[in-house]
Design a protein around this ligand. Structure first.
Ligand SMILES: Nc1ncnc2c1ncn2[C@@H]1O[C@H](COP(=O)(O)OP(=O)(O)O)[C@@H](O)[C@H]1O
Ligand SMILES: [Mg+2]
Length: 335
């Protein structure tokens, strides 16, 4: 007993002299236990399991938790800014159905709600560009340069009520110029990568055709809004658009879908308009938006002043039609 006590007394002071900090020894012990853990699992399947399990717990307790917490915090902090934009194409191969009017006014309604919005004028007629007071004949760089010559899209964005990637008259030649390009359907999608994370919504106005420019829009988009003028409703046109979209889903962009069909220029006083909306709902059901864009002279007046209806007459019911539509689109997004 005496010998044993003497040994212990000797042992205690030795430790204190060697390592005055108490936490050090446990760390050393466990670090020494680690190497066999790493080697064993592949060789010995069962017997050392319990030891390994205990040892792993210690290693995690000591090292991993801090690392994992750090990573989790980092991930949580990183997610919101990386959120990709909703890319909405406004398409209908029929002209004069309010594609351009809807692109601009819905975009401005999103911006009013605090969202960062980019509009893209893919129509060589440049109506969207004009409706923000910019002359397409005078712009030096346009979407033509982006689609055909791979110019960064940021170089052709002009800031107005919303940011707008402008069209010029030479955009009409883009389809032919792009036709020999590899990946010609993805030129716009590729260009948008540069501004990923900069915008919450990208709204693309398209020409009245289902050619390469519209295909670029549908390939870059995740949603399509189809404005339909109820006075001259053409079901065949919508079926054709659906077929094009199906082809794009199968070959280029499986995620794109119709966000909604929007009855525009509605003259609710006429029976014909009511019947047209009814036919639309019978054929397309829930795809038809609840929102209705009624006829109003302000929609023709505002572009002449180079502004949206929301800016031209902010309190008008015309402006509110698009604010209602914005709410409906936002509610779809969060559902
Ligand atoms: N709700 C509306 N009421 C009256 N006129 C409208 C309405 N929406 C659009 N317009 C007018 O109809 C014409 C065609 O609209 P636009 O948006 O240019 O169609 P698209 O781009 O499909 O060719 C334009 O002159 C526009 O000002
Ligand atoms: Mg148009």
């Amino acid at each position: 007993m005496v010998d044993e006590l003497q040994e212990m007394e000797e042992a205690v002071p030795e430790r204190n002299e060697d390592s005055p900090l108490p936490p050090s020894p446990p760390v050393q012990e466990e670090v020494q236990e680690e190497p066999p853990e790493v080697e064993e699992p592949a060789l010995n399947a069962q017997d050392p399991d319990e030891e390994e399990g205990d040892a792993r717990m210690k290693a995690i307790d000591l090292i991993a938790p801090t690392r994992l917490d750090f990573l989790a915090e980092k991930e949580a902090a990183a997610e919101p800014p990386v959120k990709t934009a909703e890319v909405i194409a406004f398409a209908n191969q029929k002209g004069g159905v309010a594609k351009t009017t809807t692109t601009l006014n819905l975009a401005v309604a999103f911006a009013e709600s605090g969202y960062r919005v980019l509009c893209i004028d893919l129509d060589p007629q440049g109506n969207l560009t004009m409706s923000q007071g910019i002359d397409p004949d005078k712009v030096e760089k346009s979407l033509y340069d982006v689609l055909v010559n791979d110019m960064p899209i940021s170089e052709i964005i002009i800031k107005r009520e919303i940011d707008i990637a402008v069209a010029s008259i030479d955009l009409a030649g883009a389809e032919i110029a792009m036709s020999t390009k590899i990946g010609r359907e993805r030129s716009l999608e590729k260009a948008l990568k540069e501004v990923e994370g900069v915008y919450d919504f990208v709204c693309i106005d398209t020409p009245p055709s289902l050619g390469l420019l519209t295909i670029n829009a549908l390939t870059a988009a995740n949603k399509v809004i189809v404005p339909v003028q109820c006075e001259y409703l053409s079901m065949r046109g919508l079926v054709q658009l659906q077929n094009t979209l199906r082809m794009i889903q199968e070959n280029l962009n499986p995620d794109v879908r119709i966000e909604g069909i929007l009855p525009t220029m509605l003259d609710s006083r006429t029976i014909h308009a009511k019947e047209a909306v009814e036919i639309l709902e019978e054929n397309f059901g829930d795809l038809v938006f609840q929102s209705r864009i009624k006829k109003a002279i302000k929609f023709a007046e505002a572009p002449v002043k180079g502004s949206s209806v929301l800016k031209y007459d902010s309190n008008s019911s015309a402006a509110n039609y698009y604010r209602e539509l914005a709410k409906e689109v936002l509610s779809h997004g969060s559902a």
